[in-house]
Design a protein around this ligand. Structure first.
Ligand code: ZN
Length: 674
């Protein structure tokens, strides 16, 4: 049923675009490096000149026109927030909440004068714990304001009954990015551990501990977290949905952690007992062990640390600097903090995002942009439909299921139909720290309020100004916030080749996530439910193994021989590979895609591929690349550009590449998943 609608809209969309399309903007010719051959080094060819002329700003991890636009988007938020904070608004309105929050955040003098004082009560409560019951009460209090240590507790769709929400208990409580940072011998992890120890000691010193005590506390924290890390899954294991799929009732949960009072926990969380998913049973076993074996004095140090580290960014400058020096400078290679106003805009977006987003879309997201983006989405969905239909390796039974799933994909564009109501949050101009706690408390309560209820499909997982997009497998939905439907990803002025090569591939990428190694395990309804015949699943896995091997072969920049982890980036790479293909196929149905008329000296197909290279390409700090290969399921930018094009024959045709060129994988190694 829906597939029919999709195809119909697709046909209308093409006609409408052709009739009144004033678009004339093509790729940025000046960004290209014409001295590089597209078939040998497409990355350089597409935007090497821009990267050479625009070094990464000191405050950024990565840089490209796209990242630049992302920062300009934050300038827009600052403009909005400057406006809103310059006058008074009725209490509880989006304007009051965001304006006063921003005013409080940018009042550096008040924040600096307060020092660590805003945390006094919280730290005193930890000091006052005198038994196991006190420890558990403290864990409950911290969870209520979003400090989820050592485990997480939030709402999630039931993967086996996605129409309903349940509670999900996850692993958490680490200060380093993931388990490998605690356990692996590689130099970069050893350096991170040494830096983390110093950082912990520094924060304890700033909070008033004598130096020797701060140092020994740092060791205690490291030991405590290392034990948690040992019981945690690594990033590759976490990509397997069945690895974190353990439904049970609360009796089961109590059996796993007999020393934790779940009745008291649920009562304080305002949640009734029901079905619960435990992501990582081994982690909960370790939590149980810590509850019974770890002396209270060590728990106090660990919780003090977690409270301080969670708040460091919102305290006075010395805390902010220490936090930056470790997480941004040492781990990611960044040189300096972003301006305070930008950081405050980011935080407002993070805590009150849909309040801020209402004003953002009013000013910066015209209805025509929404219509045009929706048309593109429908055209690309139709291309995926044709692609699945045409597969020669898939049995009709599996195809049928794949098409059902595609037809059920929900599309969200721009901003929510129903805005989150923050009117109960108390935001005061003079109390920045209190404001962050009030907003966090609201968000936690809001999330807990969904547990044991039917799923609310109107909710968004990103705020409207976000320059990003996502696929949610249990919702089976693709979501494109207004923030990414902006240049250079998308513009009403762009020619079709550029829009399809940039945002089009993003749209194709998100659609394809429904059919990547993870997404393909979820059915049309969003249930974790195998819909493949055994034989087709085997063929699919052989196809995805090709992509793993391809990306395993890529190494990041820098002197160390560090490779991309093909298994970690598999889902994203399938998304890029299939996304490029279906965006291209949809583009080929537009009048421009069918034309051979040159656009600014380039063929329409060349424009399409260069647009992809220019949109996706960036310059990334080597330290950031090291972090990415470890924890980011996305490959570094260079391989997101050249990885998919080198598997895609129309690219070679567009630039007349010869067999054997670097950007043309030999047929025997060419990866095609969809
Ligand atoms: Zn993705």
């Amino acid at each position: 049923m829906r597939a029919g609608i999709v195809v119909l809209l697709a046909a209308m969309g093409v006609g409408a675009a052709a009739q009144n399309n004033p678009a004339s903007k093509s790729v940025e010719r000046g960004d290209m490096d014409r001295s590089a051959a597209p078939c040998d080094n497409f990355y350089e060819f597409a935007n090497g000149t821009w990267r050479a002329q625009n070094p990464i700003p000191a405050s950024m991890q990565r840089w490209s026109r796209r990242w630049q636009a992302g920062e300009q988007n934050k300038d827009r938020l600052r403009t909005i927030l400057d406006d809103l904070s310059s006058s008074e608004h009725p209490k509880g309105t989006p304007a009051q909440l965001t304006g006063d929050f921003y005013a409080a955040c940018t009042n550096v003098k008040a924040v600096d004068e307060a020092g660590v004082a805003p945390l006094k009560a919280s730290l005193a409560a930890i000091d006052a714990m005198h038994d196991a019951a006190g420890l558990q009460e403290e864990i409950r209090q911290l969870h209520a304001v979003g400090v989820f240590v050592p485990f997480g507790f939030n709402s999630a769709q039931n993967q086996h009954d996605p129409a309903n929400m349940i509670a999900d208990v996850g692993a958490a409580g680490l200060g380093l990015p993931d388990r490998d940072y605690y356990l692996k011998p590689d130099q970069r992890f050893a350096d991170a551990r040494a830096g983390y120890l110093q950082y912990i000691a520094k924060i304890f010193t700033l909070a008033g501990s004598p130096e020797a005590e701060a140092k020994s506390a740092a060791t205690t924290v490291m030991d405590f977290e290392t034990a948690l890390a040992k019981a945690s899954l690594d990033n590759v294991a976490l990509r397997d949905p069945s690895a974190t799929d353990h439904l049970m009732d609360y009796a089961g949960l109590e059996k796993m952690t007999p020393h934790f009072d779940w009745t008291a926990y649920l009562k304080s969380a305002g949640v009734a007992a029901g079905v619960v998913n435990v992501d990582q049973p081994l982690f909960l076993a370790e939590f149980e062990r810590q509850l019974t074996k770890t002396p209270l004095a060590q728990w106090k140090i660990y919780l003090r640390w977690q409270v301080l580290n969670n708040a460091a960014d919102t305290l006075s400058q010395p805390f902010v600097d220490a936090h930056f020096e470790f997480y941004q400078k040492q781990l990611a290679g960044v040189g300096e903090l972003k301006p305070r106003g930008t950081r405050c805009a980011e935080l407002t977006d993070g805590l009150l995002g849909e309040a801020l987003g209402q004003e953002y879309v009013k000013r910066y997201f015209p209805p025509e942009a929404k219509d045009r983006a929706k048309t593109m989405v429908n055209n690309i969905l139709a291309a995926m439909h044709d692609t699945i239909q045409g597969l020669d390796w898939m049995a009709p039974a599996t195809k049928q299921k794949a098409l059902e799933k595609l037809a059920a994909v929900r599309v969200k564009v721009g901003y929510p139909d129903k805005w989150k109501d923050y009117s109960s949050v108390k935001i005061e101009r003079g109390d920045f720290f209190g404001d962050t706690i009030a907003a966090s408390r609201f968000l936690v309560a809001d999330d807990r309020g969904r547990i044991n209820k039917p799923v609310d499909r109107s909710l968004w997982g990103m705020t409207p100004p976000t320059s990003d997009a996502y696929y949610n497998p249990t919702m089976n939905e693709i979501v494109f916030p207004a923030g990414i439907l902006q240049p250079p990803a998308f513009s009403l002025q762009n020619v079709d080749a550029v829009n399809y090569g940039a945002i089009g591939v993003v749209i194709g990428h998100e659609i394809s996530h429904g059919f990547d190694d993870q997404g393909a395990q979820y059915s049309a309804s969003g249930a974790l439910d195998n819909w493949w015949t055994a034989e087709d699943l085997k063929k699919f896995q052989a196809k995805t193994a090709c992509v793993v091997k391809q990306f395993d072969g890529y190494r990041i920049d820098g002197p160390e021989d560090i490779h991309i982890n093909g298994k970690l980036v598999l889902g994203e790479s399938i998304g890029d590979l299939a996304g490029l293909k279906i965006a291209y196929l949809a583009f080929k149905k537009t009048p421009q895609g069918q034309s051979t008329e040159l656009i600014d000296g380039l063929t329409p197909d060349q424009q399409f591929f260069i647009a992809w290279g220019q949109f996706r390409g960036d310059e990334t700090r080597v330290e950031t690349q090291k972090m990415m290969v470890q924890g980011d399921p996305h490959p570094v930018a260079k391989y997101r550009v050249v990885g998919p094009v080198s598997n895609f024959p129309p690219f070679a045709e567009a630039f007349q590449c010869k067999a054997g060129a670097a950007m043309v994988r030999p047929e025997s190694e060419r990866c095609v998943v969809w």
